[in-house]
Write a protein that binds this ligand. Structure first.
Ligand code: NAP
Length: 702
């Protein structure tokens, strides 16, 4: 067991000596295989923006420390808001060309990236262990898992398909396109410094998005090594950007990623506390958000279970990564009839199988915790439990530095901190239960809903409990269930969205409903539309343009409309027809010509019967003008040039596009906006998805 005192802040006198010897130590762990790069060649002391290695504009750096021995590995740029804004600009520019690449091109680059991770995994594992602490074998496991996402998304890139919807109106064709959402901001944690990046960035890049990612302060090196391999794989400059920052700067970097209108997606993995903060910050731009947050996983063993198999499952579910995974079991509910047997076997297995130590030392199964704060939290949870009557079966204390013994507590109750809070460390609190109903209620009595595990050989019970657990992942007779191929994500406060599997790429795609018409219909043909469709059959000011625009536009709109007309006229627009209120809530249908984009009627939503007409010259110019708004609900255009129809339909940044049609809403098609016009879809076969949770059930024991 290595002994050291301070984990993160190391005395400055020893820093340079430690740093200079680090590369040698890492390369000497086990020499790289013939032809493979040395581990030290993956240590970068700069961030990665626009395909280049860059320092922070302030010139500041922060140190990265090996949690097993407190030695400084090196330092990386401590970037701030201005650096992050630059990276966002770069990613936005790169997006304009990256989104035009074919899925086949993107797939080839991603596949190569994944191969490079595989080819270098032994050396990358040394780097990962040195900054994060997990045993080398687990680091290699993480690199396999991480590369698995790149391989998976290389395949999924080519399977992003749209729909053709059965048209309810003969003269129209209804299509659904799926398009890259844009620049994706990402913030990742330290416990999986490689896989949490590939799980997000792999999906985003496959979809045609570009990325600005902030790794955790503790583990920037694995992120930077991935950048190096992405470059080597041929992923173009600006597609993947990594901004490193210390904990002090994390919040300003995060704010840029959340609030920049150029960033259209934020994906975060980390604590529920920070996740909630970021979600609030993203509200300012109605950003699409994916959150992979904390858990409080129940692990239930029913009387019919194979107890030996349950103990093995418990070992994996609890003690891998020293208990520092979000899906780690947190509460062990054991049926009263097998409680003593389970506790005895669990304790004996822990004592026999687990060895604490530096992750690079042969035979180590338990590395250090990430820092002193993590050790203190676990210590406090153990003290709280013991103070309330729990008994220590094994372990129970810190052994110095960032190490804490693998610990089992029996006689735990649900009011103890170790059962109520996420441990994120190697302690297992064991709780007795009597009935299935009771234990399912206990398991669900938490605001978290990430993972749940249970062991049973009763088929009816397996289905009942798998269905009733309120978690996004369920392990049945299995304790380690994450694979790149399955959807990963939480219910309740454990998160939003899914990563991995064929679902993961959806988080980086926008849905666009394109209605192609003939343009020869009268407005809203009454026979063609379904009852309740948004427009009526008459177009007469005075009796009201029925449906969407009567009372509302009158109350809030009329004065707004009047002001918009006055503003336009004062700036040089001309009234072609209408132009005034006729009393009450009525306003004449109005056409204005000579309108420019700086007039209120063009900049603001009218929500009333005025049409401002603007002259344009080129397709490029008009698409840019059309998209130069934070809104993205609907767009319409008329053209008979087939190439132009596809180009413009694809380039308009709106959730609905009418091509040669002016009234396009039907129950059968997905309705919803891009950018600040909304989140999610209503209608079509997509509408019901908003009311469904996804649950991945892994059935093992076969
Ligand atoms: P954390 O404090 O939330 O940190 C995660 C990331 O967020 C780090 O990059 C961190 O940067 C950054 N961050 C912290 N405060 C921020 C702020 N105000 N604005 C922007 N970014 C900020 O989480 P942690 O304690 O390191 O990680 C453990 C938690 O993550 C656990 O709750 C665990 O369950 C959860 N987790 C969930 C999953 C999942 O897939 N559901 C996976 C892994 C971990 P710094 O490092 O610079 O502070």
């Amino acid at each position: 067991m290595p002994a050291f005192a301070a984990a993160k802040i190391f005395r400055s006198a020893s820093r340079h000596r430690l740093y200079s010897s680090f590369h040698k130590i890492m390369d000497n762990l086990a020499p790289p295989k013939a032809g493979a790069r040395a581990a030290s060649s993956f240590v970068f002391d700069k961030a990665f923006v626009n395909g280049e290695w860059v320092a922070a504009s302030s010139g500041k750096t922060f140190e990265v420390v090996n949690p097993a021995n407190g030695k400084v590995i090196g330092s990386v740029p401590d970037m701030d808001a201005a650096d992050t804004e630059k990276a966002v600009q770069v990613a936005y520019k790169a997006f304009q060309s990256w989104k035009e690449t074919t899925a086949k091109e993107r797939a080839a680059l991603l596949r190569r990236w994944g191969e490079l991770v595989h080819e270098n995994k032994e050396e990358l594992a040394k780097l990962l262990t040195s900054e994060m602490g997990k045993p080398l074998a687990e680091s290699v496991g993480e690199l396999n898992y991480g590369a698995g996402f790149l391989e998976l998304f290389a395949e999924e890139a080519k399977r992003v398909e749209g729909d053709i919807i059965q048209t309810p109106i003969k003269t129209r064709r209804l299509l659904v396109l799926k398009q890259p959402i844009g620049v994706s901001g990402m913030i990742t944690p330290w416990n999986f410094p490689n896989a949490m990046i590939t799980r997000k960035a792999g999906a985003a890049i496959a979809a045609g998005c570009t990325v600005v990612l902030k790794p955790a302060e503790d583990t920037p090196y694995s992120a930077l090594a991935l950048c190096d391999l992405a470059k080597q794989a041929g992923i173009p400059a600006g597609v993947l950007n990594v901004v490193t920052s210390s904990r002090d700067n994390a919040s300003q970097v995060g704010k840029v990623l959340c609030k920049s209108p150029l960033v259209t997606k934020l994906s975060f993995t980390g604590s529920t506390f920070v996740g909630k903060l970021l979600l609030e910050q993203c509200a300012s731009t109605v950003k699409k958000v994916s959150l992979e947050l904390g858990g409080n996983a129940p692990f239930i063993v029913f009387p019919s279970a194979d107890v030996d198999a349950a103990v093995l499952g418990a070992m994996g579910a609890k003690f891998r990564c020293s208990g520092q995974t979000c899906v780690c079991a947190n509460r062990f509910y054991i049926h009263e009839s097998i409680y003593d047997e389970f506790v005895q076997k669990f304790g004996a297995t822990v004592e026999k199988e687990l060895r604490m130590g530096d992750g690079t030392a042969p035979g180590t199964t338990q590395g250090p915790l990430i820092n002193k704060k993590a050790v203190e939290k676990i210590e406090a949870q153990v003290q709280d439990a013991v103070g309330k009557g729990a008994k220590i079966v094994c372990g129970g204390k810190s052994t110095g530095g960032n190490f804490f013994e693998p610990t089992i507590l029996m006689g735990v109750t649900d009011d103890m901190r170790c059962a109520k809070e996420e441990n994120f460390g190697p302690i297992a609190g064991v709780i007795k239960f009597k009935t299935e109903e009771e234990v399912v209620a206990l398991a669900n009595a938490t605001s978290s809903g990430l993972a749940g595990y249970f062991y049973s050989r009763d088929l009816g019970q397996i289905w009942r409990v798998a269905e009733r657990l309120e978690t996004g992942l369920v392990g049945v007779n299995e304790g380690v269930i994450s694979v790149p191929d399955a959807p990963f994500g939480g219910w309740k406060e454990s998160g939003l969205g899914r990563e991995g599997g064929r679902y993961g790429i959806d988080e980086y795609l926008e849905i666009k409903y394109v209605c192609m018409g003939g343009g020869h219909f009268p407005l809203c043909p009454p026979t063609a539309l379904s009852p309740g469709a948004p427009c009526g059959s008459t177009w007469t000011a005075g009796t009201g343009h029925t449906g969407c625009h009567t009372a509302d536009s009158g109350k809030s709109g009329s004065s707004g409309i009047e002001a918009q007309v006055q503003d336009a006229v004062s700036k040089g627009a001309k009234i072609v027809c209408g132009g005034k209120s006729t009393g009450g809530n009525f306003f004449e249908p109005t056409v204005l010509t000579g309108v420019s984009d700086d007039m209120r009627c063009a900049k603001e939503e009218n929500f009333g019967p005025i049409a401002g007409v603007i002259k344009f010259k080129t397709e490029d110019e008009v698409v840019a003008l059309a998209n130069a708004t934070s809104s993205g609900l609907a767009g319409y255009f008329y053209s008979r040039d087939l190439g132009q129809i596809w180009r413009v339909a694809e380039r308009l940044e709106t959730g609905l596009v009418g091509v040669n049609e002016g009234v396009i809403s039907v129950p059968d098609a997905p309705f919803g906006g891009w950018k600040e016009s909304g989140l999610g879809r209503e209608g079509g076969r997509y509408g019901i998805d908003e009311y469904l949770e996804i649950k991945y059930v892994c059935m093992g024991g076969l």
